[in-house]
Design a protein. Sequence first.
Length: 320
Amino acid sequence: MTPGRFELPTCGLGNRCSIHLSYGATLNWKGVGLRRSFNSSYRILREGRRLRNPVARSAKRGPFDGAALPDHRNEQSKIGTCATPLAEEPHRNERGLVTPMKALLLKEYLKLELADLPQPQPGPHEVLVRVAACGICGSDVHGYDGTSGRRIPPIVMGHEAAGLIAATGSDVTRFKTGDRVTFDSTVYCGECPFCKRGEVNLCDRREVIGVSCGDYRRAGAFAEYIAIPERILYRLPEAMSFPEAAMLEAVSVALHGVHVSGAMKGQTALVVGAGMIGLLTMQAARAAGCARVMIADIDETRLNLARTLGADEVDRKSVV
């Protein structure tokens, strides 16, 4: 399909904006994004590394309870070496026709296009998730501009997502259609010695959703649908919204950081860096019982947001 009108405003809260696809599905974007209004106009939001407004720009909501979607650029020439196709096997209707879906495709570096792609077909141990919300990782921003080398176009990015199960594979036993879920960003085999010890991040056959490199290509969640293995799914509580669920991976990083730091109730904590993870870590330290939480950064707008979120003290001078 041909994209609509494009503009380049600046995004707001924590470099996080919104992406709207059809059916109201929303993706939360920290740097680069696309918003679809109901009159079918589109706006690309480019990377906004500096905060302009402490309030995120809101967008119209869809049917999902308020959730409403080093330079390595020469590596694009290696696309033929990727083992996995851009999309999984397409879903076909009863007449055998491929069912299309909307997806935000990184067609080439610095060029995103809202495209019609085949809807993936879940395998026996997979489910088809209808994406309701998807976060935008800093790695997606670097994938967009080509600096990571791990988002070789064409690729549908996005790995911090949540949604509803639309269909299940024949061997899926723990989930059913209609379940509200999120999922791990790493697809591990579950069979190797590392996986059996719970060290799935060391799996030799691991793949990351929304990543394309010289070894594999796995379509991500900047799309209406994505096929996900049952073993990496997690059921969501009813009280948790989809945008909140899309933040779970980032929040888990902050919680883990506070846990391994040994911070204890009544102590004073200093968080260096007031980006997305830093702000979450600050709040996690507060939730862990730290009596005083300070945060330092060189960006005054980020520090203003830290104050709004409850930092006891902010410091711009301690970081150079």
